[in-house]
Design a protein around this ligand. Structure first.
Ligand SMILES: C[S@@+](CC[C@H](N)C(=O)[O-])C[C@H]1O[C@@H](n2cnc3c(N)ncnc32)[C@H](O)[C@@H]1O
Length: 553
């Protein structure tokens, strides 16, 4: 594993700084459905999807505002969260955000939306390519919503991610630049050594409206040719880009995808994709999970068909075909009768083989069911967990208590269990908790307690069922921690918190609360931020993971 230099990359900080300046307390930024850390109820004043500009100093450019549909010549300066390019309108300095624009690129864009004091544009034509251009190896790269950065040199992707985290820690987390430099808080981003075929889980959608790239728009599609199995076209919930292969998943998973693509549209099978408008049709999603046979270390696959009703006879031809692949050890059917787009079924049926697959992480064996959370990049999860363990600084004498918040299937806590006295894990998904208990048993670990519960709804009794922890691991999903949990942690005063985050914006906000408090609520922070290490878990995508170490002051 090699690490890149931390700050050799901050070549375009000036512009993002402008639009991040007033972000932290804004309420008028892009709509967010996040829980509110301030009021416990209202939405959080932080954008979840985008980190958007709110106010800029009055300059000549602030007098300028482009009209909807206007075409502009633009230059991309940096990447913002979710991989959108932060761009400047030539001559005015006005800021626009553009999907798929990359730093250094000059292009013509059309204004699609005005939002507060900035605009969103769609790229029409590149005038001069971005710095660090490379050829994207995937044939779908320019149209697929999955990997937006495949044509950006990997080192440049890392620099952009590192820069984003740095910006958010300074401007949302309110850690001064001097503090950061002084204490050398910001660690270099940890790259991902394997940049393709790293995902152990992919979820494809069946769609009745195949999405066609611009160049094929004139083509007339009839009957099953209109159907698609693949990834949603960016910005469309109802249009699906038909894909035969995805370079992010394993080779066996690609062989299964190809086999299903080969036959599912055959009219003789009478299979129909679910239509999200009319709410008719059968096939909703195809989830492919790759695990490992613990004896042979060879890949083993779970195929999960998500359907709108339980009709195993309809799935039989597909099941027969894919069960002939030696790697396929589990075929399940999640039946979801709701009109929503979720892949979790109200009921799950095993159509072939076992209901679960296994994977090995940090020397432990984990059982994974169709709907349980498991780190999606197993190889990089090894790196992530090692980093978490290093940050936790365990004594290793079996005396310490660990509180593992948002524990999923218990993977982090379980990998610590042999070195500590006891692990207490909390998680909202009941199936993940039962998997965590099975995982403890599977590995002969007896010093863990996993409890199902919603950490957004804790009350004053929370904390009575476990002793004061020496180390808290908190690994929330994208909305970050609820204010109730932040208040609890500030009262608990555990000596160390390791905050693991997949959303650097909410991470920076929560670090701010834990360290600086919330003045308007009379809440005092009591932690000191010791380090922030970005980790690239998902090359070619805008996602960034961070591991942060906090010590009680
Ligand atoms: C990023 S995952 C981390 C899982 C685990 N730490 C791991 O490394 O595999 C976040 C977990 O938080 C759980 N979660 C989300 N909201 C929650 C809530 N309000 N209360 C408790 N758990 C929650 C999710 O189900 C998911 O398992």
């Amino acid at each position: 594993m090699t690490a890149l230099p931390a700050h050799g990359c901050l070549r375009s900080l000036a512009l993002p700084r402008l639009w991040l300046r007033n972000l932290r307390r804004t309420t008028s930024v892009a709509a967010s459905s996040l829980p509110d850390p301030l009021t416990d109820e209202a939405p959080l004043p932080l954008p979840s999807d985008d980190v958007m500009p709110r106010s800029r100093p009055a300059t000549a450019s602030s007098m300028y505002f482009p009209k909807k549909n206007q075409t502009l010549e633009l230059e991309c300066l940096s990447l913002a969260f979710k991989g959108k390019g932060v761009c400047k309108v030539a001559d005015t300095g006005f800021v626009v955000m553009c999907d798929r624009a990359l730093p250094g690129e000059r292009f013509i864009g059309r204004v699609t939306r005005r939002k507060g004091n900035y605009a969103e544009v769609t790229k029409l034509e590149t005038i001069a390519p971005h710095w660090d251009i490379v050829e994207a190896p995937c044939e779908y790269a320019s149209n697929c919503g999955g990997c937006k950065m495949q044509n950006l040199l990997y080192e440049a992707q890392l620099r952009a991610k590192e820069q984003q985290v740095h910006e958010l820690i300074v401007h949302v987390g309110r850690f001064s630049k001097d503090d950061l430099e002084l204490h050398n808080l910001m660690k270099p981003i940890v790259p991902c050594d394997v940049q393709y075929h790293y995902r152990n889980k992919m979820e494809f959608s069946f769609g009745s409206q195949r999405w066609l790239p611009k160049e094929f728009l004139g083509e007339k599609l009839n009957g099953p040719d209109k159907y698609a199995l693949g990834l949603h076209a960016p910005g469309f919930f109802d249009k699906v880009l038909d894909v035969k292969k995805c370079l992010l998943q394993s080779d066996p998973a690609n062989r299964v995808l190809e086999a299903i693509q080969d036959c599912w549209k055959d009219p003789e099978l009478s299979l129909s994709p679910y239509d999200v408008h009319s709410h008719t049709g059968f096939l909703k999603h195809l989830m492919l999970r790759t695990g490992r046979d613990v004896e042979t270390s060879l890949p083993e696959l779970m195929v999960n068909f998500v359907t709108s009703s339980y009709e195993p006879e309809l799935l039989k031809p597909l099941v027969e075909r894919i069960s002939s692949f030696p790697e396929v050890v589990s075929i399940v059917n999640n039946v979801n009768t709701s009109i929503g787009n979720t892949s979790v079924g109200e009921k799950e049926y095993t159509l072939y083989g076992k209901p679960t697959i296994k994977e090995v992480l940090r020397g432990l064996t984990f059982q994974i069911s169709a709907n349980s959370f498991f780190q999606t990049n197993t190889q990089q999860a090894e790196v992530l967990y090692k980093l978490i363990e290093d940050c936790a600084g365990l004594k290793g004498d079996g005396s310490e208590i660990i509180l593992d918040l948002f524990c999923g299937t218990g993977t982090i806590g379980l990998t610590f269990a042999r070195r500590v006295k006891h692990v207490y894990g909390y998680e909202v998904v009941p199936q993940a908790i039962s998997d965590a208990r099975v995982n403890a048993e599977l590995n002969g670990i007896c010093n863990t307690t996993f409890v199902q519960g919603d950490l957004n709804k804790i009350d004053e009794n929370f904390g009575r069922n476990f002793p004061k922890p020496d180390v808290v691991i908190s690994d929330p999903n994208r909305p970050g921690m609820h204010m109730k949990l932040i208040k609890f942690l500030l009262k608990l005063r555990a000596p160390r918190i390791i905050y693991v985050s997949c959303n650097p914006a909410t991470c920076a906000r929560d670090l701010d609360y834990l360290c600086h408090g919330v003045a308007e609520r009379n809440i005092e922070g009591c932690y000191e931020l010791k380090s922030v290490t970005p980790v690239d878990m998902f090359p070619h995508t805008p996602h960034i993971e961070c591991v942060c170490r906090l010590e009680l002051r």
